[in-house]
Design a protein around this ligand. Structure first.
Ligand code: PLP
Length: 453
């Protein structure tokens, strides 16, 4: 690739002239990008409404008795797939000391890493979409009325129906896990198309649940493309399209209403004087995009959402900054999409999500893999919470926001500087509880080594 290579009708040189940040992105340096298209949420035209999200929430409520029955780990939450919000004061102090900055306000961790059933944020969107599909099928085949107790999904009649249907998905790992586990439980046949980045233990775990795993030597985009193609040739196959799914998005968005309840219970105010900052690891965009959208519906302009991407996979950043969305991949710009953060190893962002968030997202920063490992070890030591590398991407967010010139400009521009003492920072921990102990130990040791060097 050279400077005259054309990328979506312009040369690389022209792109760099228009967006100088590309120099640093291509050099895989850590960057902080503030979204120039950000505007007040109240003013925005939306194609998804609060009612749509409420409808998704109600669907999950209907399924709660079923989930509680077949996944006893959801008993504590009455069949809801929900995670804890925990204070991480020690981590905050560590970040302040190691970066020599003050982080005003208080830091919390949203532990989607420990969501029941699938141990990652994918347990929200992925499971929701499968449940929606199962409900649609059951209604169409007159096995169900909306008034029924959904425990009846755990019956041979339902399993027999679903056994004649297939669910397929392309994934770097965690989406495959969540969809594979719930689909197999309902009785569907499941095929998961997995990219080269997918970790071996994730593939093994799926196979042990009776899921068909198809492996690809290339990246996530290819796995999705192949899965989509194969599914299209089978009328009984339902393809969960991580790059374009409104249902996934809605499933993720429900998280915001649940978070509101948790904050209320803790008497944590979120309003003009008490801003909420949320830091979300981003792959293709569906998970963080859906959550961010939901948060905007709930908290409006009082919430500020930032995404975090690996320095080697800044696909959403490039897609939003250039406005090209899925028309470009990081590889088009000579970035290799090679990262240990397998959940974020995505080279091309979702256009659907990009369009949904393009004026509600505050910004995106990038993180090096080494930093993720270091933070992983730290969090293990300070709070005994085990995450996978991808899930740590949100952790440096508050430091970046208060210390980077671009972050400070954002705070000043939105009149937030003097409100920071009353701010709440929520770091979204997106996965990790299913990581086998021995593999987490390897991550941990690696993080210690990096910290020492
Ligand atoms: C999938 C995933 C994300 C990001 O979600 P996208 O929908 O791909 O943007 C973040 N962290 C982990 C651990 C994930 O598995």
């Amino acid at each position: 690739m050279n400077e005259n290579t054309h990328i979506a009708s312009r040369t690389l040189t022209e792109w760099k002239e228009t967006y100088p940040l590309l120099h640093q992105l291509i050099a895989t340096e850590e960057v902080f990008w503030v979204n120039g298209k950000y505007e007040s949420f109240e003013k925005q035209v939306r194609s998804i409404s609060a009612e749509d999200v409420k409808d998704a929430e109600a669907r999950l409520m209907r399924f709660a008795p079923y989930l509680q029955l077949v996944f006893p780990e959801t008993t504590e939450t009455n069949g809801l797939i929900e995670s804890q919000l925990v204070p991480i004061q020690q981590m905050q102090t560590y970040l302040e000391t190691s970066h020599q900055v003050e982080i005003p306000g208080s830091m919390w961790l949203k532990c989607d890493s420990h969501l029941p059933i699938a141990g990652s944020i994918k347990a929200r969107g992925g499971i929701y979409e499968v449940l929606k599909h199962a409900e649609d099928l059951a209604l169409r085949h007159h096995l169900l009325t909306p008034q029924d107790d959904y425990s009846i999904f755990d019956s041979s009649k339902f399993r027999e129906l679903f056994s004649r249907h297939t669910i397929a998905v392309g994934s770097t790992g965690n989406l495959g896990l969540s969809i594979g586990i719930i689909s197999a439980k309902l009785g569907f046949q499941v095929t998961v198309h997995m990219s080269a980045d997918a970790k071996a233990w994730k593939k093994e775990l799926l196979k042990s649940k009776g899921v068909k795993v198809v492996e690809y030597p290339s990246d996530y985009g290819k796995a999705v493309e192949e899965g989509r193609k194969q599914a299209a040739s089978d009328p009984n196959c339902y393809f969960i399209d991580d790059e374009n799914s409104r249902h996934l998005f809605l499933g993720y968005a429900v998280a915001a209403y649940r978070l509101k309840k948790q904050l209320d219970a803790l008497h944590i105010a979120v309003d003009r004087e008490h801003p909420l900052f949320v830091y979300l690891p981003c792959g293709v965009g569906g998970g963080p995009g859906g959550v961010a959208f939901g948060l905007k519906l709930v908290f409006g302009d009082s919430v500020h959402c930032f995404f975090a991407e690996p320095t080697h996979s800044p696909c959403m950043l490039i897609g939003l900054m250039t406005g090209l969305h899925d028309q470009v991949s990081v590889q088009d710009f000579g970035i290799d999409n090679k990262t240990e953060a397998d959940g974020l190893a995505v080279g091309r962002p979702s256009r659907f999500v990009g369009r949904m968030i393009e004026s509600l997202l505050s910004g995106i920063y990038t993180v090096q893999d080494e930093e993720l490992y270091k933070l992983l070890s730290r969090l293990t030591d300070s709070h005994a919470i085990k995450l996978e590398p991808s899930a740590l991407a949100g952790m440096p967010g508050p430091v970046r926001l208060v210390s980077k010139p671009e972050g400070q400009q954002y705070l000043t521009h939105h009149d937030l500087m003097h409100k920071l003492q009353k701010a709440t920072h929520v770091v979204w921990a997106t996965g990790g509880s299913l990581v086998p102990t021995s593999i987490h130990e390897e991550y941990y040791q690696r993080g210690l080594k990096i910290a020492d060097s």
